[in-house]
Ligand binder design. Structure first.
Ligand SMILES: Cc1ncc(COP(=O)(O)O)c(C=O)c1O
Length: 503
């Protein structure tokens, strides 16, 4: 039984003091934090008139079909219509300020309205809005391609950049590239390399190709008749391992299973598609850098390409610029999106090694061209935003400044972890999943219909903190620019809401 020793005091620094009765060895759970209404940076008043808000809300419900949203329930809720963003905060048309605790779905890096990124986009807008990459090229797309090549793991080994517009398309492109590379490289082989190995619980996006390499039952199973076949290797997530099994032993067994698939399908596997270190949408399921390095080695041995999806993990989210750096792995194909523009404009890139690129070369009649492209491929405004974001990384030392925030987060989470309804906390860098259970001793999940994760996030919203759950996993994914006070608010609010909802 947990009891709250002192409540929340609106308008002052809040103190959360919770301790566990009878747990003499545990220190009380406590830290001070400033509430959202006193911490947000908005000085410009919100000027939306009540009638204008009502009109917007009505149109929101009658005209918009929102992603990953059961609209039948949504129409009964009061919408949060964002009108302004500043720093790590958002404000809605009703004047409510929210700390952006999920980086606007894992995209925002340096906060909203960063002046360096804004200036780059403004300058670009004056020079060129859009021009196609089919035929001509454009200055910003070229400059960014070079910067990405220089930045990517392997010091230039990932030497070619193919642009698109979303994480899903970046993966779709990698899969098509891998397939076509093998088709052109092994033209005389008796068996085709047309099979992809993927991970259980993987999420790589929502287009049919990226859904094919995904593995989240709820999102993907309905589309099965439309998907191409894959072989799924068990993702080595230590929390959901067989009871009593040692985590390292579990990881070793998962590697063995991957090896078995590669051997059973010898000569057929075009590539292994995986998220490095963290399977984000699966509920922040983590594996060790060692697993990633071993998986990469197995791919090399079997001639399968390694396709690393850094859409969520890339651009500092795991504490290093790219997660695969932590395993010393250079993939054959690397997918980037989300944070690439600092979270300001849609852009994605699939990076390929020179070997893969060369596999597409030939004269026109050899038909080795990569016949893929989108109307807005290499959009200069998005590329300018990405260049601005990379400037900020360099000028502000974003990754160095993030290190103490990661330590602070780790410290706060070590307290949250002791809550009896927290079954597990998984974190790499700032990517965090807090798994809620009925009892941490048994790990018994809540009935799905109870929507506990949703309730916790709903309670956090009331307190000015915007987060979004994955089932009963509460996800924290703050912008890398989060301040010490904001991080304390985020963690304190989440702990308070878990305690309130799960009591
Ligand atoms: C690892 C990963 N890959 C791909 C995607 C798809 O990206 P997008 O939503 O930009 O299509 C996501 C989105 O969450 C992701 O987490």
């Amino acid at each position: 039984m947990w009891t709250r020793h002192s409540g929340f005091c609106p308008g002052s620094r809040e103190t959360l003091l919770i301790s566990r009765e009878g747990a003499g060895t545990l220190p009380p759970m406590s830290w001070n934090y400033t509430p959202a209404e006193d911490l947000h940076p908005f000085s410009v008043p919100c000027t939306w008139a009540a009638e204008a808000v009502a009109e917007l809300e009505a149109a929101d419900k009658s005209a918009l079909w929102k992603p990953f949203t059961q609209m039948a329930g949504y129409v009964d809720e009061q919408p949060v219509i964002i009108e302004r963003g500043q720093g790590n905060w958002l404000r809605d048309v009703r004047g409510r300020a929210f700390l952006d605790g999920v980086s606007s779905l894992w995209v925002n890096v340096h906060g909203h309205g960063h002046p360096v990124i804004q200036a780059r986009i403004r300058r670009q807008l004056e020079e060129l809005d859009h021009s196609t990459l089919l035929g001509p090229t454009n200055v910003a797309a070229v400059e960014l391609a070079q910067r990405l090549v220089d930045l990517a793991p392997g010091s230039g080994q990932l030497s070619r950049v193919f642009y698109s517009d979303s994480g899903s398309t970046s993966v779709e492109i990698a899969v098509k590239m891998a397939f076509q590379f093998h088709a052109q490289h092994h033209q005389d082989a008796a068996r085709k390399r047309d099979l992809f190995v993927t991970m259980t619980n993987a999420y790589h996006g929502d287009t049919l190709g990226s859904v094919s390499v995904g593995g989240i039952e709820l999102f993907h199973s309905l589309y099965e008749p439309l998907l191409f076949k894959t072989r799924q290797a068990p993702a080595p997530d230590p929390y959901h391992r067989a009871f009593g099994q040692d985590p390292l032993e579990h990881e070793r067994r998962c590697l063995e299973a991957l090896k078995t698939i590669l051997l059973e399908e010898r000569g057929r596997v075009a590539g292994l598609v995986m998220e490095p270190l963290v399977q984000g949408a699966a509920g922040m399921l983590c594996h060790s850098p060692g697993y990633l390095a071993e998986a990469a080695a197995l791919c090399r041995e079997e001639g399968a390409l390694l396709i690393i999806d850094e859409v969520a993990t890339g651009f500092g989210r795991t504490g290093t610029m790219f997660a695969c750096e932590q395993a010393g792995v250079v993939p054959d194909l690397m997918c980037l999106a989300k944070g690439i523009t600092g979270g300001v404009l849609p852009l994605a890139a699939t990076l390929a090694t020179e070997t893969i690129y060369e596999g597409f070369l030939g004269d026109h009649t050899a038909y080795r061209t990569f016949f893929h492209g989108h109307s807005y491929t290499g959009n200069p405004l998005a590329c300018a935003a990405a260049l601005g974001s990379l400037d900020v990384f360099r000028e502000e030392g974003t990754l160095a400044r993030l290190a103490p925030r990661i330590d602070q987060l780790s410290e706060r989470l070590s307290v949250i972890e002791r809550h009896p309804n927290v079954g597990d906390i998984r974190r790499v860098g700032v990517m965090t999943g807090i798994e809620l259970v009925t009892d941490c001793a048994t790990g018994e999940p809540y009935p799905a219909a109870q929507l506990v994760g949703r309730q916790v996030c709903g309670a956090a919203l009331e307190r000015g903190v915007l987060i979004r759950p994955l089932g009963d996993v509460v996800v924290l994914m703050p912008p890398l620019s989060i301040t010490e006070d904001e991080l304390d608010l985020l963690c304190g609010t989440v702990l308070g809401c878990i305690d309130e909802v799960c009591a």
